[in-house]
Design a protein around this ligand. Structure first.
Ligand code: SF4
Length: 632
């Protein structure tokens, strides 16, 4: 234990929200360290409230602790005041369960959910007393792993990790533990390098130090060469049958308010809507559902184990779940106990609205709709399946049903966006207000219009696009802010500078790691938190590394460019992504393969895992199990 007794009390009393560091929550796991073979720290580079709202961390905690020979504990980023106290008193980073020093664990696995957490990873390693660079670690240092969506282009972070686990972690994390255990028990043959060779042989494990990257004179990547005997590409792992995949039925119940504090039912993974800007939509394919019966059983058990009074249906688009009506009917059994069901953003159509009305019987909440773009032309470019007439009809129905609080999500800076598209966004908002007025609603309309900034992401059809320059993003945001100044409308927008940095990091190569380190050394921490983000630290970090962030953020790419992530295989064919990009530029939509024939994205065949529709009510789709068909 790093610190105990009065010293520990004094430390906790000197910081805000000490509950963040206490551990000992209901359902947290406590084992005798002497009785296990592997101690695994699940690290999340953000504060407790955010980390505890991450389903993946709960799943891995459950999977690892289900093994008697493994003890998984949690290690989260200390908030800035706690970090200050820890550094003053030379207290190293510690785990929540046993306040054990992080560097005493065998393995530390970081979850990389978003680029704005990168500086926190370095800060946590530094607080733990572990060398930042994988190449400088000794045999006695823990194995440092990364998982999560950012590893699908984790190049800007690869020097800091020994290995990256690509894709879904349930089976993969156990394979990693087995390999570690066998290396440890056989006397650590080959030292750290020997262990990395063993890990590189596991499907879905990427050992970056074993891949050599070459660069052109102009800074583009020229080649990515695997070490001897290694595959040219590393393919992500997926769970084949979600119904039998492990799921935490006794999740930890936080002792304080966290971002999401409720029962989470993961109804399905993957999405085939094909919104061309969406990283998760392309990289989490294929669609695999849980059955309504399994979900009901999980809901009963988790409610009994936690005492929560809300169930959230989690997925990329929950109203697309083929058994959504059946499931909501089944979950109706908790209504009498006051347990509500929440649906995140719903599709703007009559069917989804009727579902939202059904769940609203227990808990009143606002309605969130995401048209993403104001004009039909631009919605076709991004392949957002929202037709204006249907959208306005859904809004009218929502008002008639008593909703007066509405959130609308849009994006600014989408490829091909013009001033007319921005004006169409304003017009759409005006029409929503007119509908409310025309209905003579007594309650005042509360309309929140939120605009994020388009960030081109790896493995999507827009990976070849550049983000528009920072000044232009700001100009468009200001234009919207001026035009949306109207009664009942609150306009909020995402920080353009954060989005610029996100764009630079999300498509960066491994040289960008020097900029990440430079920014961290200049004080970058908690960059996802507005009050802590400062672009100047990052610009100086890039300058020190001899790099221009605009090269990564704003530059459009040619089809023949070698991407820094070309050796990471998520199952999508490059031809499919190029075809989708061309169709976007022509304003052509591509339909959902759950409702129409397969679009030959490659995922089902490449991964050998077909679409799995278990909800019971077929959507009429055709899972791709045979040879590729022509895209219409
Ligand atoms: S391979 Fe076909 S069926 Fe499978 S996700 Fe891709 S487009 Fe859909």
């Amino acid at each position: 234990m790093v610190i105990q007794g009065h010293d520990r009390d004094r430390l906790l009393l000197s910081v805000t929200k000490p509950t963040r560091y206490l551990g000992n929550e209901l359902n947290s796991v406590h084992k005798d360290p002497a009785s296990v073979q592997v101690r695994f720290a699940l690290a999340f580079p953000d504060v407790y409230e955010v980390a505890m709202s991450h389903l993946g961390t709960h799943i891995l905690y459950h999977v690892l602790n289900s093994r008697p020979d493994v003890y998984a504990e949690r290690v989260f980023a200390p908030w800035v005041d706690m970090e200050e106290r820890m550094r003053e008193a030379s207290i190293p980073l510690f785990s929540l369960e046993s306040w054990t020093k992080a560097r005493e664990f065998d393995v530390i696995g970081f979850s990389l959910q978003y680029e704005m957490g990168y500086a926190n990873v370095l800060n946590m390693l530094d607080l733990a007393g572990i060398p930042l660079l994988a190449s400088e670690r000794a045999n006695t240092d823990p194995l440092i792993l990364a998982g999560g969506p950012c590893t699908l282009n984790g190049e800007p972070m690869v020097p800091f990790f020994d290995a990256m686990a690509l894709g879904e972690g349930e089976g993969l994390v156990l394979d990693l533990v087995d390999a570690y255990l066998s290396w440890k028990q056989s006397g650590r043959p080959g030292g750290r390098r020997g262990l990395l060779s063993d890990l590189a042989a596991i499907d879905g494990v990427y050992v970056p130090s074993m891949y050599r990257v070459g660069y052109c004179k102009d800074g583009r990547v020229s080649s990515i060469e695997p070490g001897e005997g290694l595959p040219r590409t590393v393919r992500k792992r997926v769970v084949e049958d979600l119904d039998i995949a492990p799921f935490p039925l006794y999740p930890i119940v936080p002792n304080m308010d966290v971002v999401h504090d409720r029962v989470v039912l993961e109804v399905f993974r993957g999405c085939t809507r094909g919104c061309r800007f969406c990283h998760a939509g392309f990289t989490c394919r294929p669609v695999r559902e849980r059955s309504p019966e399994t979900l009901l059983d999980q809901a009963r058990r988790i409610l009994a184990a936690t005492g929560h009074d809300e169930i959230s249906l989690s997925s990329l688009s929950s109203t697309d779940y083929s058994g959504i009506k059946t499931l909501l009917d089944l979950l109706g059994e908790f209504e009498a106990k006051g347990v509500g069901v929440s649906l995140p953003s719903i599709r703007a159509d009559a069917f989804s609205l009727s579902l939202a009305e059904q769940v609203r019987r227990v808990r009143k909440s606002g309605l969130t709709l995401a048209p993403e773009a104001g004009s039909q032309r631009l919605r076709d470019v991004i392949n957002k399946d929202v037709v204006e007439a249907d959208f306005l009809e859904a809004v009218a129905q929502a008002f008639q049903s008593g909703w007066n609080s509405l959130k609308l999500y849009f994006m600014v800076g989408l490829p091909t966006e013009t001033g007319e598209d921005l004006d169409a966004m304003v017009d759409l908002v005006k029409r929503v207000r007119e509908i409310h007025r025309a209905q003579g609603q007594k309650d005042r309309l509360r309309l929140t219009v939120s605009a994020s900034v388009f960030v081109p992401k790896a493995h999507t059809p827009f990976q070849w696009e550049g983000q528009i320059p920072l000044d232009e993003v700001k100009r468009r945001q200001e234009h919207l802010a001026r035009r949306l100044r109207m009664p009942g409308v609150k306009f909020s927008w995402h920080d353009a500078e954060v989005s610029f940095l996100e764009a630079a990091l999300s498509r960066g190569d491994r040289r960008v790691a020097r900029a990440v380190e430079g920014a961290w050394r200049r004080g970058a921490r908690f960059d996802a938190w507005t009050e802590h983000f400062r672009l100047d630290r990052w610009l100086e970090g890039f300058e020190e590394a001899g790099l221009d962030p605009a090269f990564f953020a704003n530059r459009p790419r040619h089809y023949d460019e070698v991407f820094p992530w070309d050796h990471i295989d998520v199952g999508l064919s490059e031809e499919f992504l190029m075809r989708e990009h061309r169709r976007a530029m022509e304003g052509q939509k591509t339909s959902d393969c759950r409702e129409e024939p397969c679009k030959s994205c490659g995922v089902c065949l490449e991964l050998g895992v077909p679409m799995d529709i278990k909800g019971g009510e077929s959507t009429g789709g055709s899972a791709h199990q045979g040879p590729a068909e022509e895209t219409p």
